[in-house]
Write a protein that binds this ligand. Structure first.
Ligand code: GCO
Length: 263
């Protein structure tokens, strides 16, 4: 039965970050599809504990670990610990990420490097730590959270767009090297979603808010739970012959040059 292919019962999914926003929405969807959910945080144990309570409220018994996904040594030791305590990681979602909205000429190198380290290097580090087990088991799913900034630039988000553009090509490169081990590596590219990360942009009357409504064929911002179907598909047996693809969930924004602003 085709629906059985979407069933994640018996699978363990590690979604980096996922203490809030799109990561939490995707983790909840994976949990509802039957996966055991493991998340991580770095800033504070309190944030992780609050997130686990949030998952509990949604009927999902998630597990949380506090470590820094940009630190290779910490990642190696925590992935080993997670796999010892929670079982093999069948599904990896590289979700943890930051954005800094600073014009290039004003962006200090340190800020640039922090964005690249978190949004591009950490998926490299975490994927490498997880893939050895997947290669041994000859099965695995790796999903990188890309962005429509993997395809398009915009003022003030150069570091983020460079990282997400690189993440698209890292997705394709990992797919190329690991498909022979029955490991599918793909990306999800969210368009503009209503989250805390975009809250500063979603102020009624704000020209950017009006711009996005006009630029998005669906005429609205996405709701985080609208990413659920895409992530369950890419995490499930239903996508076993899908490799190196970025699945954009963007209300059509990347399909169009847009239309003239209403006179
Ligand atoms: C911005 C937004 C975008 C979205 C998302 C789009 O500042 O333009 O934050 O980056 O969050 O990444 O895919």
């Amino acid at each position: 039965m085709i629906l059985d292919k979407f069933n994640l019962k018996g699978k363990t999914a590690f979604i980096s970050g996922a203490t809030h926003g799109l990561g939490m929405a995707m983790a909840k969807a994976l949990g509802e599809a039957g996966a055991t959910i493991v998340i991580n945080g770095h800033s504070s144990q309190e944030k992780i504990d609050d997130a686990l309570k949030e998952y509990q409220k949604a009927g999902i018994h998630a597990h949380g670990y506090r470590f820094n996904v940009t630190d290779e040594k910490e990642v190696e030791s925590y992935i080993q610990r997670i796999e010892k305590e929670m079982g093999a990681i069948d599904i990896l979602v590289n979700n943890a990420g930051i954005i800094k909205r600073i014009p290039i000429v004003e962006m200090p190198l340190s800020e640039w490097e922090e964005v690249i380290r978190t949004d591009l290097t950490s998926p490299f580090i975490v994927s490498k730590a997880v893939v050895s087990g997947m290669i041994r088991r000859k099965k695995g799913k790796i999903i990188h959270v890309c962005s429509m900034m993997s395809e398009l630039g915009r003022d003030t988000v150069a570091a983020y767009a460079a990282a997400k553009g690189g993440l698209k090509m890292l997705t394709r490169s990992m797919a190329t090297e690991w498909a022979k081990h029955n490991i599918q590596v793909n990306g999800i590219g969210p368009g503009y979603f209503a989250t805390s990360q975009t809250a500063p942009l979603r102020v009624a009357g704000n020209s950017f808010h009006e711009f996005i409504l006009n630029r998005t064929p669906a005429g609205r911002w996405g709701e985080p739970d609208e990413l659920g179907g895409a992530v369950v598909f890419l995490a499930s047996d239903a996508s076993d012959f899908v490799n190196g693809q970025i699945l954009y969930v963007d209300g059509g924004i990347l399909a169009t040059i847009g239309k003239p602003m209403e006179e």
